[in-house]
Design a protein around this ligand. Structure first.
Ligand code: 6PG
Length: 234
């Protein structure tokens, strides 16, 4: 499947609205086409305001949406570092989504390999709307530069180890990103500008910049995160 890159660059105050509108648009497209939408959420801090804005969209078809997670830290689901806890706070506790349609990625147990295999069993053949963030080092989901997970063939979810605590995590693999029907990358703030430029305009370097996996997808950027675009070599 080929993808046409789409860049939306907005003022910082407009970022949550623009990102929420785009995600909703992709959800509506999936529901129109197939009757349901498999939405996979990103973690970290950037999406929180976006999810709060998304929760305010009255006409979102939540009864038709299945929610999954692209990665999770190995912490309890109510831990301050939990991506699930953030999604509950910012979105899931604010919308009329049936409980059975929320598929938490349980990464708090002792056996992350078994947890990864269990979660992979839950995933559909393709995610309809995959939301990703990007780290300053170019990571996305919990796929960090030069990680073995980047070449994990035949697996959809794997244990990974991040440089910052909580170190132990679960993450979807590049296969899930590549097969997603729609992918929306969220980046805001000047600290992300270099990673955004490397991802979108730098030389092909998946190992060094895993966010290049979403190079030709939809990117919602605030002006600070976009400030180096058009200046990167290559
Ligand atoms: C995670 C995220 C991760 C995140 C980036 C950016 O679990 O940390 O899934 O991929 O999107 O690290 O995080 P911020 O939005 O906090 O900058």
């Amino acid at each position: 499947m080929t993808h046409l890159r789409r860049l939306e660059v907005v003022g910082t105050s407009d970022f949550p609205r623009a990102a929420a509108d785009r995600i909703l648009n992709e959800i509506l497209g999936a529901v129109r086409a197939r009757g349901t939408a498999a939405l996979m959420l990103a973690g970290g801090s950037t999406p929180e305001r976006v999810y709060e804005e998304l929760a305010r969209r009255e006409h979102a078809p939540w009864s038709r949406v299945d929610v999954f997670f692209g990665d999770e830290r190995s912490v309890a689901p109510d831990h301050p570092d939990s991506n699930y806890a953030m999604a509950r706070r910012a979105l899931l506790d604010r919308i009329p989504i049936p409980g059975h349609r929320v598929h938490r990625m349980s990464a708090e147990g002792p056996d992350l390999d078994a947890a990864a295999a269990r979660y992979a069993e839950l995933l559909p053949a393709a995610i309809d709307v995959l939301v990703l963030g990007i780290g300053e080092d170019g990571h996305t989901a919990s796929l960090f530069p030069h990680a073995a997970a980047l070449t994990a063939s035949g697996r959809l979810v794997v244990p990974t180890r991040g440089p910052k605590p909580p170190h132990e995590r679960l993450s979807v693999t590049p296969e899930v990103i590549r097969s997603a029907r729609s992918c929306v990358v969220l980046a805001a703030g000047a600290a992300k500008a270099s990673a955004v430029a490397r991802s979108l305009e730098g030389p092909q370097d998946l190992g060094g910049c895993p966010a290049q996996l979403a190079r030709d997808r939809i990117w919602i950027l605030d002006r600070d995160a976009a400030e180096l675009l058009g200046q990167a070599g290559g």
